[in-house]
Design a binder for this molecule. Structure first.
Ligand code: OOG
Ligand code: MG
Length: 250
């Protein structure tokens, strides 16, 4: 048995102090995925006690590119809170080693739970949007950690920005382009996300131990690998038929 509260506090102190720590599995030994989600949930409780509100969830490692970048094998989920949401500006100095990645976001209109089909997931949508996720890991060098470490660390969640919200429309087979200072650095088809971005939502709902509330923001997972975020750069994202957005790093 692990001390899930202790692990959650260690991660939370690292987050607040902008400090890198060694992977939990290195310091404390291996633990299983159920224990990792327990640590994640306790970390979210600590944030809620500081007044943060859950606004949604993110899926991670839903693309082959990300699984290869992180050398980790299976989709995972993390929790998004209101303080993680930014509109356009991200202060790099507030983090440790942030990285940015192109995503698609959903907002749900109805509660979803258990096993749902892709069509049911689509019918429950309120809006879709391009999105940028800015990850930051609490672990040293943002590397060489296991799936359980990442899940315990709320899947490296740190900041996210949502582009213009649109009424539900097809999100599969769309060209995705992320640029840094006007130069394209990452490109992919949106089907790189779970084979079909809506399947990320289907998987999330199946994995969550509780219903996904109406009004939730859901990040479908990155279509490409993440790029380091350096102060002074402007990141733009263009998603075919969903439009464009940008984030500026200060
Ligand atoms: C884990 C989070 C992965 C995604 O979109 O695949 C993720 C990590 O890369 O540290 O957010
Ligand atoms: Mg992501």
């Amino acid at each position: 048995m692990i001390d899930a509260d202790l692990f959650a506090r260690e991660l939370d102190e690292a987050l607040k102090g902008r400090r890198e720590i060694q992977p939990l599995t290195k310091t404390h030994g291996e633990f299983d995925l159920a224990a990792a989600y327990d640590v994640q949930a306790r970390g979210i409780e600590l944030r809620k006690r500081r007044g943060e509100k859950i606004v949604g969830y993110k899926m991670g490692l839903t693309s082959e590119a990300k699984r290869r970048q992180m050398s980790l094998g299976a989709p995972i989920y993390g929790v998004l809170t209101d303080v993680m949401r930014v509109s356009e500006l991200v202060r790099v100095a507030d983090g440790v080693h942030p990285k940015i990645e192109p995503e698609i976001a959903f907002v749900t209109a109805r509660e979803l739970h258990g096993k749902v089909t892709r069509d049911e997931a689509f019918a429950a949508l309120q809006s879709v949007a391009p999105a940028l996720e800015i990850l930051d890991s609490r672990f040293a060098g943002f590397k060489y950690f296991s799936l359980t470490d990442v899940v315990a660390d709320n899947c490296s969640s740190w900041r996210f920005a949502i582009g213009p919200l649109l009424p539900p429309r097809a999100v599969n087979g769309l060209q995705i382009r992320m640029s840094v200072d006007g130069k394209v650095v990452q490109e992919a088809d949106s089907n790189a996300i779970s084979g079909h971005p809506l399947d990320s939502l289907v998987q999330l709902v199946a994995m969550l131990p509780h219903p996904l509330p109406a009004g939730s923001i859901v990040l479908a997972g990155a279509a490409t690998v993440a790029e380091p975020l350096r102060p002074g750069v402007e990141i733009s994202l263009d998603v075919e038929s969903l439009g464009s957005m940008r984030v500026r790093a200060t």
